[in-house]
Design a protein around this ligand. Structure first.
Ligand code: ATP
Length: 323
C-alpha cells in the first residue's frame, strides 16, 4: 500500500489545443488512492490527450495536472517514475524477446541490472508469459502483446497506472484476463486511470466513472449512479399472441422508470420498457402470467454508452469521423 494521502491524480481545468482543434477544454478530475477511475467517452472526446498530459508527453495550454503530488509540467521526472503507461497501441519492441523487453523497461525505471532481471521474471510469471518469455515479441498474439505491454508498465512498481483503451481490439477471453489483472492491481493499492469507449468495461472495473465529451467531464459518479440516470435497464417482451399487446401494456406500466412509458410495437408484438428495478423481468413475467398472457421472449439489456450519452447530451455518442 502507498501511504500517500492526497489524491494520487489531480487534474484542474486542463486545456489542450492542437492548432484549431480543442482536444481538452477545461477538464478536471481527481482519483482517490487505490481506486479505478473509468474515463468514458467516444472517439475524439480527448481521452488520449488526457493520458498524454498525465504522462508528461504533452504540455497543456492551461490548467494543472499532478501525479502523486508532482506537477506534470514543472516536475516531469518524478511523475514519470510514479506512473506506468499501457494502451491501445502496445509499445513493445517486436525484435526483442518478452524478457528482453521487460528488462529494458526495468533499466528505464533505473533499476540495477540484477533487479531488472528479477522483476522481469516476476511479471512474466504473473502475466502467464513465462513459457513465451524467450521468444521474440513479434511472434506473440495480440492478447499476449497487450499483456506484455501491461507487464512492462508495471516493471517499476508504479503507484499510478494509466491505461488507454487497454482492451480495444482484444478477444473476449483476453479482455476478461486483463480485467482480472486490473482488479488485482487495484486490490494491491494501485491507483488506475482507465479510458474506454465501453460502459460495460467502466462498469465492471471502475469505482467512479467520468464521462468525457468534447474535452470536458459532462458527468461523474459511481457506475450505478450514472446508469440510474439513464433509467437503468431496458426490458423487451415479445408476446406469443399478437392480439394481447393492448392487454399487456397496463400490466407493465408501473415498472417503467419515472418519466418514461411502455412502448408497444404491434409489428412484432413487442413491448419495450425502461425499467428502474433490477428484478423487473421476473416481475413482468409474473404479471403477464397472472394476466393469462403468453410470452414468447423476454430480454433485459443494460444501457450502453450511447444510452448514457443520449440522456446526458441529447445526442448519440457519434464518433469524431461521423460528426
Ligand atoms: P480515441 O478514442 O480515438 O483515442 P480520444 O478520446 O482519445 O479518442 P484524443 O485522441 O484525445 O481523443 O483527441 C481529441 C481531439 O484532438 C480529436 O478531435 C482529435 O482529432 C484531436 N487531435 C488529437 N491529436 C491531434 C494532433 N496530434 N493534431 C491535431 N489534432 C489532434
Amino acid at each position: 500500500m502507498h501511504t500517500y494521502t492526497e489524491p494520487p491524480v489531480e487534474v484542474e481545468d486542463l486545456a489542450v489545443t492542437y492548432g484549431r482543434v480543442t482536444a481538452l477544454a477545461g477538464l478536471s478530475l481527481r482519483i482517490e488512492a487505490g481506486t479505478v477511475m473509468g474515463v468514458l467517452g467516444p472517439n475524439g472526446a480527448g481521452k488520449t490527450t488526457l493520458i498524454k498530459v498525465l504522462s508528461t508527453l504533452l504540455r497543456p495550454s492551461r490548467g494543472t495536472a499532478r501525479v502523486m503530488g508532482h506537477d506534470v509540467v514543472r516536475d516531469p521526472l518524478p511523475v514519470r517514475l510514479a506512473i506506468g503507461l499501457a494502451g491501445q497501441y502496445a509499445a513493445v519492441d517486436p525484435e526483442l524477446t518478452g524478457r528482453e523487453n521487460l528488462e529494458m523497461v526495468g533499466r528505464l525505471y533505473r533499476l540495477p541490472r540484477a533487479e531488472a532481471r528479477r522483476r522481469a521474471g516476476e511479471v512474466l510469471e504473473r502475466f502467464d508469459l513465462t513459457a513465451a518469455a524467450d521468444r521474440r515479441a513479434g511472434t506473440y498474439s495480440g492478447g499476449m502483446r497487450r499483456r506484455l505491454d501491461l507487464a512492462a508498465s508495471l516493471t517499476g512498481r508504479p503507484p499510478v497506472l494509466l491505461l488507454d483503451e487497454p482492451t480495444t481490439g482484444l478477444d473476449p477471453r483476453s479482455r476478461q484476463e486483463l480485467w482480472a489483472i486490473v482488479d488485482e492491481l487495484r486490490t494491491e493499492g494501485t491507483t488506475v486511470l482507465l479510458t474506454t469507449q465501453y460502459l460495460e468495461e467502466a462498469d465492471r472495473l471502475a469505482q467512479r466513472i467520468a464521462v468525457v465529451d468534447a474535452g470536458t467531464v459532462i458527468a461523474e459518479g459511481a457506475p450505478a449512479e450514472l446508469k440510474a440516470g439513464v433509467g437503468t435497464d431496458i426490458l423487451r417482451v415479445r408476446l406469443a399472441e399478437p392480439g394481447t399487446l393492448t392487454a399487456a401494456t397496463p400490466l407493465l406500466a408501473d415498472l417503467a422508470a419515472a418519466g418514461t412509458a411502455v412502448l408497444s410495437d404491434p409489428s412484432n408484438s413487442e413491448l419495450t420498457v425502461r425499467v428502474a428495478r433490477p428484478d423487473a423481468s421476473v416481475e413482468a413475467l409474473r404479471r403477464l402470467d397472472d394476466g393469462g398472457l403468453r410470452v414468447a421472449t423476454i430480454q433485459v439489456t443494460q444501457p450502453s454508452l450511447d444510452d448514457v450519452f443520449l440522456t446526458l447530451t441529447g445526442r448519440t455518442a457519434t464518433t469524431e469521423e461521423s460528426r
